[in-house]
Design a protein around this ligand. Sequence first.
Ligand code: SAH
Length: 230
Amino acid sequence: MLGIIGAMDIEVESLKALLTNKTEESISGIDFCVGDLGNEKAVVAKCGIGKVFSAICTEAMILKYKPDMIINIGVAGCLDETLDIGDVVIADSVVQHDMDISPLGDPVGMLSDINIVKIPTNVEMKNKLIEAVKAVGINYSVGVIASGDQFVASDDKKNYIKTNFDAKACEMEGGSIGHVCYVNNVPFTVIRAMSDKANGGATMDFPTFTKIAARNSTNVIKKFVGILEE
Ligand code: SAH
């Protein structure tokens, strides 16, 4: 079973609509849709915005449906100047840029107890997603995706995240989804299409660009599960 999580309806609704033999169940206020998606059995959920909702969703999904792997899809702010709106970043690792115990001597981003800054994503899933992105014909990068409980919209914050973590995209859920998958030994990856430049600048039209970006990220997943005809 493949688990798919997006933060907003627009990021998962077209995949939910494609599920056949569908059943639905609500846990902790999150709706989990289970069914067949192309070649895969899948569970698809909208988790809500931010690290707490996404962690609740991931833990519930793992305990209830025991997915073999989880993919977090959706949109993100772009930190890679070679990419444009609609282009895609596939994570080779995820970090939580707002985790900071540096006053007590930890490196910024260090997750206490597991003592990791960057949690690596599953290599086979990452490679299969790269093949899917290439087949769909979208420009892409592979690298660090950084999450935190804030919408990044200034050059200062953008530069902080780039400098400390060498990240290519910033968003609000991938790091916590990866954290929950890591402690449960569930393979995971994150793919995000760029909805904005994370600087609050002239390219900022979040609702319009989110539509384009969300469509691109779901098209990659459709290719991944063998149901994109193009
Ligand atoms: N209620 C708003 C919330 C959007 S928050 C709405 O419905 O439009 C932004 C969402 O997009 C989060 O899920 C986050 O993961 C992603 N995102 C896109 N650009 C981002 C940025 N520049 N900084 C942080 N998150 C971003």
